[in-house]
Design a protein. Structure first.
Length: 113
């Protein structure tokens, strides 16, 4: 067990000598196989009336989400972001994104928009 005092900031300590301090460490979600993913492709309006393609429903780690987002942005030739389980791609690229994800083995379909 680490004895790093920074992990225990803001913790009230017990006077019980047998007390065992444990930290709540978040476990990284394991990434599902592409064939088990069920992604939805949305068209969303951002501030200023700009349009963005949004991929929702990804189940997996933040690193895998970022990698998939990077591949999609590169293939579409535009910018965007990947965070909070979503991939946002600038512009209306729904057809291209569905094509790319299907080719990579993901189950996906266009949703409302």
């Amino acid at each position: 067990m680490s004895n790093d005092w920074k992990e225990r900031l803001g913790v009230v300590f017990s006077t019980n000598p047998d007390f065992n301090y444990t930290t709540d460490q978040e476990t990284e979600e394991t990434t599902l196989d592409p064939s088990k993913q069920n992604l939805k492709i949305w068209l969303d309006r951002l501030k200023g009336g700009r349009v963005a393609t949004v991929v929702r429903g990804f189940v997996g780690s933040a690193d895998d989400l970022a990698t998939l987002g990077k591949d999609l942005k590169k293939s579409c030739g535009v910018g965007g972001t990947a965070k909070d389980g979503e991939i946002i791609i600038q512009g209306d690229h729904r057809d291209r994104v569905v094509e790319l994800l299907t080719k990579a083995g993901y189950k996906c379909k266009k949703a409302g928009g």
